[in-house]
Design a protein around this ligand. Structure first.
Ligand code: NAD
Ligand code: ZN
Length: 406
């Protein structure tokens, strides 16, 4: 009798708990403004003050500011301007310490001690989850400060203030951050949407011409795969863009940022859980060229070559009408890009092409099947799951032949 009861109890336990599953499910809506303004730190510009007071309007908000040292050489009064801005809005903004200069460019991403150093400053100044981390800089500084903000106290409010064309029209408006680990690009990173992004067109003024040109590759890329009208606009504005005329630059940056934001919000995969990165047209070769040249090629310069390569490939694969590749290459060249680098045809000791390794590495970064975006027509990308090596080599030969006629 007792034994029978015990068996029944065990059976109940088995069906009641051990064999059952609780399906946990919840969603979190993300929302952040991306402002386009000029002279952000002029005391009369309300954008930054309104951003920190967006929630908890009546509080004085504690802020720590990290500034790319390269921007300080472009805008020599930047640190004083930020201090003066905070003083003019002292009812809303409390700087916990004067703005801190950090190394600009890939340097800050290459050594993890920069991240640890910044985390230490956040700890020392008792920045909490209601305070703000403000990052002023190019894509590299935004990436590194982004990982610091995302990991300190499991995530702090981050305001990004991008200062390069590339970070204003692409990298700074998105949801990713990362640093490099032992030469492995973007190995350590998180997906962490910012609290806000504040794009200041005037920041671009002091940027070296080479950097201004590099950022335009992302506009050509996104126009080609998403927006034919934008591509035709870029063609019509070549003269203005090649001298960085202000109105043309402002529109180019805004439209490019808008198309990237749209993809993140409506593309169905903001945190890249699948195997595709639809906006990474031209990027498999670009990432490899950046590492093969030890970052001698800027990201945008490598992307321009990658775009030209994959556009020619699209024609050779029968996906795209012949002639479009010449049009795309001409636009890139007139914007100031050089579409050839010897690393394209470099050979390893076993005779193989290191560039082709880029396809494997591109797949490995996401996992799953290889997924490459190619072109079906101007404004319309198409995904493929294999690339023919012979055609890639033919596309490289086309770039080389084109270069020799320049
Ligand atoms: N998170 C993402 O989604 C994402 C996407 C694309 C690229 N990225 C990353 O972005 C980085 C490249 O960013 P980038 O192209 O903006 O360049 P960058 O951050 O490497 O900056 C280039 C140089 O310009 C200087 N600089 C920046 N702003 C300046 C200004 N206003 N005036 C004068 N000098 C200035 C910097 O100090 C640096 O020396 C790479 O590390 C790349 O991996 C990230
Ligand atoms: Zn890119």
């Amino acid at each position: 009798m007792v034994a029978a009861k015990r068996v029944r109890r065990l059976e109940t336990a088995a069906t009641g708990t051990a064999g059952s599953v609780i399906h946990q499910r919840f969603s979190v809506a993300y929302e952040y403004p991306v402002h386009f303004t000029e002279c952000l730190f002029a005391p009369h510009n309300p954008t930054l003050r309104d951003t920190v007071t967006r929630i908890e309007a009546d509080r004085r908000h504690r802020c720590i500011v990290f500034v790319d040292d390269g921007v300080c050489s472009g805008v020599s009064t930047l640190i004083e301007d930020i201090v003066a801005y905070a003083a003019a809005h002292e009812e809303a903004i409390a700087l916990v310490t004067p703005p801190i200069k950090v190394p600009g460019g890939e340097k800050i991403k290459n050594e993890l001690f920069h991240v640890e150093w910044m985390q230490g400053l956040i700890q020392e100044h008792r920045i909490d989850r209601h305070s703000f981390v403000i990052a002023v800089g190019g894509g590299a500084v935004l990436d590194a400060v982004g990982i610091v903000a995302a990991t300190s106290h499991r995530g702090l409010r981050l305001i990004r203030i991008p200062t390069t064309v590339l970070s204003q029209n692409d990298s700074g408006v998105g949801v990713k951050n990362s640093v490099n680990l032992k030469g492995s690009k973007n190995f350590v990173g998180t997906f962490a949407p910012p609290f806000a992004v504040l794009n200041d067109l005037a920041m671009i003024d002091g940027l070296p011409p080479r950097e201004k040109i590099a950022g335009m590759a992302e506009a050509v890329k996104v126009a080609l795969i998403r927006d034919a009208q934008f591509f035709y606009w870029l063609e019509r504005q070549i003269d203005a863009l090649s001298i960085f005329e202000r109105t043309a630059m402002a529109f180019m940056i805004r439209r490019c940022a808008e198309l990237h934001l749209r993809q993140i919000a409506h593309g169905g995969d903001p945190f890249e859980m699948g195997s595709a990165r639809p906006l990474d047209f031209g990027h498999w070769a670009a990432h490899k060229l950046e590492s093969l040249t030890h970052n001698h090629l800027r990201h945008g310069e490598a992307v321009a070559i990658g775009i030209a390569l994959d556009t020619r490939y699209s024609v050779l694969a029968g996906l795209l009408a012949p002639g479009v590749e010449d049009r795309v290459a001409a636009l890139l060249e007139l914007l100031g890009f050089r579409l050839w680098h010897p690393a394209l045809e470099a050979r390893a000791s076993d005779g193989g092409y290191p560039l082709l390794e880029g396809l494997r590495e591109f797949r490995e970064h996401l996992g799953g099947d290889l997924t490459i975006t190619l072109l079906a027509e101007v404004g319309h990308g198409i995904e493929v799951h294999e690339m023919d090596e012979g055609r890639v080599l033919e596309s490289i030969a086309w770039l080389k032949a084109r270069q020799s006629t320049q």
